[in-house]
Write a protein that binds this ligand. Sequence first.
Ligand code: MOS
Length: 703
Amino acid sequence: MSVTATRAVGSALGRIEGPAKVTGAAKYAGEQDDIQDVAYVWPVQSTIAKGRIRHIDDAPIRDRPQVLAVLTPDNAPHLQPLADAELAVLQTRNVAYRGQIVAAVVAQTLETAREAAEQLQIEYDEEAHDVELTQDHQSLYKPEHVNPSFPTDTEQGEVDHALATAAFSVDHTYETPALHNNPMEPHATLAIWHGDELTLYDSNQGAYSVQQTLAQLFDLDPAAVHVMSQHVGGGFGSKGTARVNAVLAAMSARLVRRPVKLALHRHHQFAVVGYRTPTIQRIKLGADADGRLTAISHDVVEQTSTLMEFAEQTAIATRIMYAAPNRRTTHRLARLDMPTPRWMRAPGECPGMYALESAMDELAIECDLDPLELRIRNEPARDPESGKPWSSRSLVECLRDGADRFGWAGRDPRPAVRYDGSWLVGTGVAASTYPAYAGPATAAARAERDGTFVVRITASDIGTGARTALTQIAADALRVGTDVVRVDIGDSAFGQANIAGGSMGTASWGWAVTKACTELREEVGRHGEIPVDGIEVHADTSAEIEARTGYKFQGFGAQFAEARVNVDTGEVRVPRLLGVFGVGRVINSRTARSQLIGGMTMGLSMALHEEGVLDPAFGDYVNHDLAEYHVASCADVTDIAAHWVDEQDDHVNPMGSKGIGEIGIVGTAAAVANAVHHATGVRVRDLPIRLDKLLGRLPTRTG
Ligand code: MOS
């Protein structure tokens, strides 16, 4: 594999679909206004956390004008059971969590559907529920593996002995709350049946995956299911596979024999599309007199549901971050009467690195070392887990470059000594990491007689700029300008392709696009003249992906934060965030910066605001909207910058690029927490860093 100099790749090309988006011409799943005779479905959610539906009385609503159907477990179309049991919508009277869909009303208007749904009478046989995650929960068990297929536990050397004999050590427990994906575009589907053929306009991160899943659920040939998702307003993992919106819309449309639209309300999102599991993580680190790690131990407790297993891979980053001869990681799950957790931006790495990078800061203080220097001293020459060489690893460069840009040199390590009026000021650093995955994909490339080129691939642009990046990659492989290339995406008819997830979208699709376009260029070269019906080639990268071994492919970064804490009120502000990343070749500097800054903003949000607040009595998170579930807004983000080091990686893929969708959120919360400690001397080990966790612990001002 060789990375050659190119023209379009690396530029700051504006989003191809930008004008269509800002003028409203770009149609999202819920905006297909040329489809006639559309009906609407409104889901009804369980008001108990555990039990069984005794009776559903639809008499008050079923004969109303405009009500087309009331779906219940008694009349809902039968679905084939899948491993993703959350998709078995209305297949049983059992209730597994509060907020589960237990009925739905289909009506001619959205307003009627919603109003009727609110009047449906449901009686339950309620049972006692169990919703609180604790470190010693009686249901804790060891899953067979953690997502997607990592070993649950790892152990090397004599961890306990090394900890007992270490010159310096730390042993702390860190907690992260449930976090909820809130893409601006809620999950939405318009479902249309023609006989036994199903068409979906659906908001998702991968139309091919949704096509396959819906075909299985409804026992159809995949060719009979057509999924389109040209424009998607965010997902963060919650649209990574088909969700209940697609299933319920398709069921409803089948029952009423009309197109049916379902756009989940923001309130629904908090229960039915997944969320990041809360975690309880115990980290123990041991170091020798020079600050070289002798032992790393990371024990994770997290939750899953009673419906199915979801095992977040929280400690996997700990397995590869630092060199140490003695290392151990474990994951244990509690089965709770809660919705099933799911993917949320950097599942695993994000909560795990909050704990590890907080503990590294605590160890640096124990060792009396600069936290940057502690990390540099423990830089592993190879992947500590597999022993493989890194295809590239630039953590040290990122730390040094970030330190220069941020102004780290000469930092006074003492906590709680810098005042600006009534504000305590501090700075913190943490490392970031995310794997550079790639998956097999198919792509088609076509030369038209008029000198233009069309590329088709089932890619998904969820707001990342993927369509634009692929256009750049295609143009360079074809050796033409981006103005004569059109990349069509978001259509399951274009064949198998990876989802926009695991930060592997552009790597996977770009690989297939490179292959198809390179072959097309050669084919066109052989022809001399393009025939009237054009020239088309198809490419599949399965073989290339299989051959991709021998190295550990991983991106790294360093995040720096400045925190200010008001000594009277406990308010926390983060006036500065700066990240430097080693992510291979950057395909599009504008959209890449936007991804990295977006991830960092979400990390800031995690550090200070986001939290699913559990009400144990009702058995549910009580904050179900953006008024009560706070996400960072413009006023929270003042000076935020993302940079990258010049990292050449000839092994990772033909573009030399690593994923950038998720790494920006990894480590950010630790950098903020470390800065808050430096400002105040208070170590908050459970996110978010709310003012009530600081008040009463802040130093008394003397000045
Ligand atoms: Mo991302 S959580 O892998 O879509």
